[in-house]
Ligand binder design. Structure first.
Ligand code: KQY
Length: 361
């Protein structure tokens, strides 16, 4: 799997719609998604998958350059239910169509059903006429982060959670990551961001920003539960080596002031049995680490918080050849994720696709 900073042929997104996750009939979220799509579309092609009912609404809110594709889904987290694109040994792009169970299945998943989300990976791969790998393995794209040189970061909280692949042990899970992502080294952190409803996705917590360099969400407030989580990760990262044997340089990215759901925001969500309740005062898993690295931009969430500026400056130093675009992140956060969770990059293949690709293993 190439690193996200390697060249893309494009980016995929899904259009938000369900009113039991997104307040105000998903209207505010749609504007936020449109801002993300527009920022990314400035430097690479963007495709947004949308239900037939929302096609014209999305068309009206998205820039003309964004391609709309009609597709059914249960929600809009394509990082997690979409394909993970990889490049094989012949330089051809393939899609991994992981199994998806809405972050925990019937026991503690975030909604039911998730059958249409589970088909998104296959449908996108079809549209791209790419070869498809379909492992019998539950994984969300937000739970992995790679350096493109054989290293992947994951958390135990997520990948060893009994609600994902309960019959597999750590070694079997590592074997799947090695086989499908082409990784030689798995770096295991313990937990992800405090109260993250994905149960520990690393894309909200700790990510590669260059070979041998990671960024970690951080707080200096010892009374914040995030302090202990980030400190524990720092300890592991301090002794970890990557697939090439390098020690890691860790960049701390200070989190925003804790963000709580307001009464108004909670009241705007349709409360439906079987979905995660959104209640006034609940803390959200806000993190600036949830950014998207596009061909010429880094799109980061902003929260109208004093820490927005320092976060933007930190990313500007780490990605000097890209423009750092801050987009309003609160509405996406209210749905349970952020910019990275709603996007999926498609890496550039090293060779032209051949007709044999679709049937090849
Ligand atoms: O953060 C993500 N990768 C997705 C969060 C899903 C939240 C569903 N309500």
């Amino acid at each position: 799997m190439p690193a996200e900073w390697e060249p893309h042929t494009g980016c995929w997104m899904l259009w938000p719609e369900r009113s039991d996750n997104w307040r105000g009939g998903a209207k505010p979220a749609q504007h936020a998604f449109a801002a993300v799509a527009a920022a990314i579309a400035a430097t690479e092609p963007v495709s947004v998958c949308v239900s037939p009912a929302q096609f014209l609404v999305a068309r009206a809110l998205l820039p003309d350059a964004v391609r709309l594709v009609e597709m059914t889904s249960n929600d809009s987290w394509i990082r997690d239910c979409g394909p993970t694109f990889v490049i094989n040994d012949h330089g051809e792009m393939r899609g991994i169509d992981w199994k998806f169970n809405a972050w925990g299945g019937l026991e503690d998943g975030l909604y039911f059903p998730w059958d249409q989300d589970d088909l998104v990976g296959e449908k996108v791969i079809e549209l791209e006429r790419a070869g498809r790998y379909a492992p019998d393995f539950i994984l969300e794209g937000g739970s992995i982060d790679v350096d493109g040189e054989g290293t992947v970061i994951v958390t135990e909280q997520c990948l060893l959670n009994h609600d994902r692949n309960p019959d597999m042990n750590r070694e079997q899970i590592e074997a799947n990551l090695r086989d499908y992502l082409g990784c030689e080294k798995v770096i295991w952190l313990e937990n992800g961001v405090y109260l993250d409803e994905t149960k520990g996705h690393t894309d909200n917590f700790c990510r590669f920003v260059a070979p041998g360099e990671v960024i970690l969400t951080w707080t200096d407030d010892v009374d914040d539960p995030q302090f202990e989580i980030s400190t524990a990760a720092m300890k592991r990262l301090a002794t970890a080596t990557d697939a090439r044997g390098r020690m890691l340089k860790v960049h701390k990215l200070l989190q925003p002031t804790p963000i709580l759901i307001t009464a108004d925001e909670a009241a705007g969500v349709d409360h439906v049995e079987g979905t995660l309740p959104r209640s006034e005062g609940d803390r959200l898993a806000a993190s600036y680490v949830n950014f998207y690295i596009g061909n010429g931009v880094v799109v980061m969430p902003a929260f109208d918080d004093p820490m927005d500026g320092p976060a933007q400056q930190c990313l500007a130093k780490l990605f000097p050849s890209r423009r750092i675009v801050a987009v309003p992140g609160r509405e996406i956060l209210l749905g349970g994720g952020n910019v990275h969770c709603i996007t999926q990059q498609q890496p550039k293949a090293a060779s032209a696709p051949s007709s044999a690709m679709r049937s090849a293993a």
